[in-house]
Design a protein around this ligand. Sequence first.
Ligand code: ZN
Length: 329
Amino acid sequence: MGKVEIARAILAAEAVKRSADHQQLRPIAELDDPRELALLSRIPPGMARLKLEQSAALARLPVLGELMRAGLLDLDRFEVVRKWTQNLDTTQAQTVGAGLAGAAELNSKELRAETDRLICLVDPSGAERRHVRAIERSSAVSYQSMPDGMALLTAHLDVVPARAIFDQVDADAETLAEDGRTWGEKQVDVFVDRALGKGRPVTVRTDVTVSAKTLLGLTEEPGYIPGVGPVDAATAREIAAQGEWDRVCQVPGCTRPAMQCEIDHARGFASGGGTDACNLGPLCRMHHYLKTIGLYRFTREMDGVRHWTTPLGFVYTTRPRPITEPEPP
Ligand SMILES: [Zn+2]
């Protein structure tokens, strides 16, 4: 195959993908259940909520939806416009969308600039109102585990303090002596000093699951921290020495530490029922609630295999996967 044919094949596959993305996205708003979607597509709940918002945005941005369906616009660029117009009212968003009929010709950066320009035309006096709305809707600090003992800490905030913090970090880092640290290491070191307060003792409760052998220092098997992932044996021992052990919610895809187990225990005991949710395994506050109201069904077999049945009747099964091998009998 010549290079022209190869390029055409890439383009043709891209068009199929764009169209398929549209076909998948369109009915999600109708399903209107991010929890079911998360299980169905094996995506985290936050991603499922984003898909639902993208699906709903197709009604606000029909011109762009049509470009996707025709294989001319990809989901990433559609998302740029959705995000940029989410704090406009429906009529304004539709007007901006209608002005973007040429979106297929623009890359994501150009599309962002063009969307900004149209927003200024459509809603010239609304900058302050959109800003207040964006602060309400989008302000958040989030945490994401990264490989090799790292994490990504992000803050979504007002541009003014964001810029001030960023410049302060650089100014602090400039004052550090040349000691072999990279610029990035210096930035992070001064950021951590500012955030945690330099030299001040910090108390943070962390739960860790760790084998008895690791705890006693007999092996170097890793431990596990809910919401963080595996940690090396030394770290696990250090954290375990500080506090209690815990486990995570047993619903597939959920990594929340189980906080609500006792409540179901108390209820079962008072009503004289033999069923004890703690025997079934821990459930977080939200999943415990969904089970209690009968929307979802949770069962666990003797060997620890768990079944989570959704309102649509899909059954999701997970097997316990210990980070360490079981102890010999
Ligand atoms: Zn849960």
